[in-house]
Structure formats: C-alpha cells, structure tokens
Design a protein around this ligand. Structure first.
Ligand SMILES: [Zn+2]
Length: 210
C-alpha cells in the first residue's frame, strides 16, 4: 500500500514546482488524503445518546441538513486507526459504540502535517453534541492540545482545509467554531487551556479574510 505521508509530500512538492513555473499559488485537487476505506465502521452502534436524541443508526446527511459550519476538535491521539477502533468498539467492550470515528477530517502532526479524510462529508457523525440536528463537519487536530498548542505547520494545514471547505459549502467565518463554543461541557479543542485560540483566530482571519 502506498504511504500517505510520502504521497502528501510528493503532492506538496509538485504544487511548489507548479508555483515556480506559473508564478502563482494554486491547488491541484483536494488538500487531503482519502483514508475512508481504511477506517473500521460499526453497523450496529449502541451509543446511548444517539437513541436519546433520535439518531437512527448511521444517518446520512440529506438536503434537509445542509452543511452550515465546521467544528474544531483535538483528537487526544496521533493514530486515526486506533481512534476509529476505539470509537466503533461496543460500549460493553470498553469502546464508545459509535458508527464511525468522530472526525470527518484529521490534521496530523506527522512530517508535513498531512490532512486525512476519514468519513465522507455526507455522513453525519456524533461529534459536537448538536445531535440529530447536526449540520457541522468535524475537524480533528491530532494531539493533546489542551496541554501544548499545535505546531504552526499543523495549524497551517488546518487552514488550507478550512478554506477549501468554507468555499465548497459557503460557510461564514463565524461558523468555524471550537467544540467548546458549541457545547460548554468540554475543554475541546483545548485552545483556552493551552492558549492558542488567538493564534487560530489570526490564522483564520488571514485564510478567510477579515
Ligand atoms: Zn471535541
């Protein structure tokens, strides 16, 4: 199987080369590596909140629920696969009993900070307590980001992704929010504890305009 990190580095170098040739920046395709097929799924989810809040097993986002925002999380992990295995394992076996991992996108801290797509945008997933009325995509920044802030390169990769998604879904800047902006019962993504909220806002302003 091809190594996604190497593929991402090659893609970055090709883009850099194209910039030199053409004299301006451009992106040849989505700024993420698709890893949806690698992620384990649970076709018999047992997460209690989904039942309480009226989620059917594995709902698909329809026209009734357009994408209106992005929610930023920290993943408390550096392995999408390990996190997906934990999320999809049944509660009785010590997992979360969810249908899938809780992040549509994962911004890694690996060399070059590649971005992975883990769940298709059209699939609603339990991630920010907005329940059955969820209209947000979930972006997980790898790491324990309540302890230490994310490296600048990781935030820059996140901004490229955010700019792409905001353009695709016409999402206003104010709807790019942290998990703890949408739900006060969490410190996620840890930006108030590790003091990187302002850095994120500055980068977001320069990515999307003031
Ligand atoms: Zn979160």
């Amino acid at each position: 199987m091809s190594n996604p990190v190497i593929l991402c580095q090659v893609a970055k170098e090709l883009r850099a080369l194209a910039d030199v040739v053409e004299g301006e920046a451009h992106v040849d395709g989505p700024p993420w590596i698709d890893r949806v097929a690698e992620m384990p799924v649970n076709t018999n989810p047992d997460q209690v909140y989904m039942v309480q809040r009226g989620w059917k097993a594995w709902p698909l986002r329809g026209t009734e629920y357009p994408v209106t925002g992005l929610t930023i999380h920290h993943t408390m992990s550096h392995s999408p696969l390990a996190t997906a295995q934990y999320c999809t394992k049944s509660v009785t076996k010590g997992g979360k009993g969810y249908p899938t991992i809780q992040y549509h996108y994962w911004v890694s801290q690996e060399d070059g900070c590649p971005v992975y797509r883990l769940v298709p945008d059209k699939e609603m997933i339990w991630h920010d307590q907005t329940g059955a009325f969820q209209t947000t995509l979930s972006i997980g920044l790898a790491g324990h980001l309540h302890i230490a802030p994310p490296p600048t390169e990781q935030l820059e990769s996140a901004m490229i992704l955010i700019r792409e998604l905001c353009g695709e879904y016409n999402i206003p800047k104010g709807e790019v929010q942290g998990h703890n902006d949408r739900y006060k019962g969490t410190v996620c993504p840890g930006w108030d504890q590790a003091r990187w909220r302002d850095t994120f806002s500055l980068l977001l302003n320069s990515a999307l305009g003031n």
